[in-house]
Design a protein around this ligand. Structure first.
Ligand SMILES: NC(=O)c1ccc[n+]([C@@H]2O[C@H](COP(=O)([O-])OP(=O)(O)OC[C@H]3O[C@@H](n4cnc5c(N)ncnc54)[C@H](OP(=O)(O)O)[C@@H]3O)[C@@H](O)[C@H]2O)c1
Length: 258
């Protein structure tokens, strides 16, 4: 509560990792602002959280691909003491870049990068002023090298990872903690939306718990057993080899043939 309370803003709270982080943050005593497009899902979760953890909730049903929605999130929390921002909203796609619909790829940059950038900028400024706070950015195991058959998604996550690493050093002197969480395959709605078959998935519960436990202690956490193994193996290889290995992994998770 002292470092990250009273309120946490969690994007992507209707499903998967964001939903689980919102619940676990509430279990640790913080009130939560739940942000996602699907209103029914976040309202149901809000009721569940209030009943179980006796904290307050606020739902903001918006499409973060739209610039005005990011302003709506900031306006919705006006007057509340926010100490934690979790940017979990995001999606990927599997398959050949040239076959992908351009609008969808562009929307991915809007949600995964632009919305995350805008919210991070607004709340980082606030946290610096109040000399406390935490920011969690959902990166990915694909952030550390290019990934064929998910090239744009991996590029969005490289942006997120780099932003988190840079901001950590910049905001630490102000008492603000920044964490990149880089999961591997996780059993959420991500696989079906991206059209990828995820092997050895971790549970969203594990990913959320290990992420929250790392806040204030590490700059990057790789939650989940398989992701840790994959990360440790990849990091011993030079970048060109990592790119090659990742191509094989992504090919096995999509229906691509070449
Ligand atoms: N699952 C994995 O294997 C995996 C691995 C590494 C990293 N990640 C990252 O983890 C984060 C969470 O993904 P997840 O696995 O929990 O997937 P998920 O279950 O599909 O959840 C994605 C969340 O993002 C929200 N979202 C997507 N587009 C949005 C938009 N335009 N506006 C507002 N909210 C939007 C969704 O809410 P609505 O649909 O209701 O809007 C949902 O709550 C993502 O950033 C993802 O890239 C996932």
């Amino acid at each position: 509560m002292d470092q990250y309370g009273e309120w946490a803003v969690v994007t992507g709270a209707s499903s998967g990792i964001g939903r689980e982080i919102a619940s676990q943050v509430a279990a640790r005593g913080l009130s939560v602002v739940l942000v996602a497009r699907r209103q029914a899902e976040i309202e149901t979760l809000a009721l569940e959280i209030e009943k179980t953890w006796k904290v307050k909730t606020l739902t903001v049903a918006v499409d973060l691909a739209l610039p005005e929605s990011r302003v709506a999130v900031v306006e919705a929390v006006h007057g509340r003491s926010v100490g934690l921002l979790v940017n979990s909203a995001g999606f990927g796609s599997g398959g050949e870049f040239v076959k992908a619909d351009f609008a969808g790829q562009s929307e991915m940059v809007e949600v995964n990068c632009q919305a995350l950038l805008e919210l991070t900028h607004v709340f980082a400024k606030r946290f610096v002023e109040q000399k406390r706070g935490g920011i969690i950015l959902l990166s990915s195991i694909v952030a550390f090298q290019g990934a064929a058959y998910s090239a744009n998604y991996a590029a969005t996550k490289a942006y997120v990872q780099s932003l988190a690493e840079g901001l950590r050093g910049e905001l630490k002197p102000y008492g603000v903690d920044v964490l990149a969480s880089a999961p591997g395959p996780t059993a959420t709605g991500f696989g079906s939306r991206s059209g990828m078959r995820l092997s050895n998935p971790a549970s969203a519960e594990t990913v959320a718990r290990q992420t929250l436990d790392a806040l204030g202690r590490k700059g990057t956490v790789v939650p989940g057993g398989f992701a840790k193994f994959l990360y440790a193996s990849l990091m011993t290889a030079p970048r060109f080899l990592r790119v090659k290995i990742m191509r094989g992994i992504m090919k096995s998770m999509t229906s691509e043939k070449p």
